[in-house]
Design a protein around this ligand. Structure first.
Ligand SMILES: [Cu+2]
Length: 155
């Protein structure tokens, strides 16, 4: 079978692009270690309520203008559901789920994470603009999913 000349060119060009993309992707992943920073810490999802720090969820001041928010997610609530922090504060969220996969999205920021049972999710964000930020679950988690929300007040 003889191939048409332009068919040969297209096959060569597309194969070259495929190899190029695989090499770029491989370089970013292996050499520069650009992978999502997840699955670093695990927890027994059956014992979230008895495992520190999740046995005592809430907002803690951990330094000069630095806060830690320990939060549990379950159908269909965030605990704590009302968070207050001063403007300009650096906040580290430590999150885990007590039951199924939930989402942790903070509107007006780029926080958007999956919170899975058995995994501890950690996100750090500085809130410079005062206001009320809506926290939403964006992973469908059951019949009351649309009621699952919380609020962060920055003042
Ligand atoms: Cu949910």
């Amino acid at each position: 079978m003889r191939m048409h000349r332009s068919e040969e060119i297209w096959l060569t060009v597309t194969t070259a692009f495929l190899v190029l993309f695989l090499l770029i992707g491989g370089y970013l992943t292996v050499q520069l270690a650009m992978s999502p920073p997840s699955h670093r810490e695990t927890i027994d999802p059956q014992k979230v309520g008895q495992t520190a720090p999740f046995d005592n969820p809430g907002v803690k001041k951990i330094g000069e203008n630095e806060y830690e928010v320990v939060m549990t997610l379950e159908a269909f609530m965030f605990t704590p559901g009302d968070i207050e922090i001063p403007a300009g504060a650096k906040v580290t969220f430590k999150l885990t789920s007590k039951d199924v996969v939930h989402g942790f999205e903070v509107a007006k920021t780029n926080i958007n994470a999956m919170v899975m049972p058995g995994q501890i999710q950690q996100i750090t964000q500085t809130f410079d603009k005062p206001g009320k930020y809506l926290v939403l679950c964006n992973e469908y988690c059951g019949g009351g999913h649309q009621f699952m929300s919380a609020a962060i007040t920055v003042k």
